[in-house]
Design a protein around this ligand. Sequence first.
Ligand SMILES: [Zn+2]
Length: 230
Amino acid sequence: MSSWIERTACFYGCDLNRWLGQFSDGLTPAEYGFDLDLSDQVRALMSAWSAIPLENLPSPSDASRLLPQNGRLAFCEQCWNEDVRRKRQPYIRRSWLNWTTVHCVNHRDFLSSKNRSVDRGAPNIIWQDVWTSKANWRNALHLEPRGFVAGTLWCKMPARFSPCTEQLMRSLERLADPCDAQAHEALDRVSATWRSCVPLNEQADIPVLLENRVEMLSQAAALLVTDLSQ
Ligand SMILES: [Zn+2]
């Protein structure tokens, strides 16, 4: 839903936060710290504003696997290139927002990640700056080129993780499936270990950064393979 809203903002030549500011009067105070990918009120407001029936708007995400708002940084560069080749605009897939998804099932590779420092604690991740960084994405969204940006906006998975083997890919697909009970158990085991290793002042239920998630899910994948071979 956040991706849909941001692409609408691009259409009107706005950035996401300025665009959302226009709608803040329509939200109750409780929704003001809203999560764009979960909020029913934001969906209803967008439906009323755009005259698009609610059922045709992106449905809410799976809250149980959703990354925190400032951690939804992953994307597949090749999916976006393909979007453009198919005369569509690049957009964020719902599955990329889940902490258990670190790979692209279509392109058989790890996802890339926007650098976390770029948004520095802002409530919503802004994609317009990343979309502007490549001519094909920028043109598909009718964005203007921008000047020099210090540092990198986004990066591919470090080479030490690549290539993602076929076996690991199959396990990752199982781990991303909320209905796979055995995968669920493997995730619970590695999550418990991870929580016990994280310093108390950095306490969180799940790792947020893509690299950390790849490491944790690789451990869960190893457990799955071991369990299967027994
Ligand atoms: Zn892809």
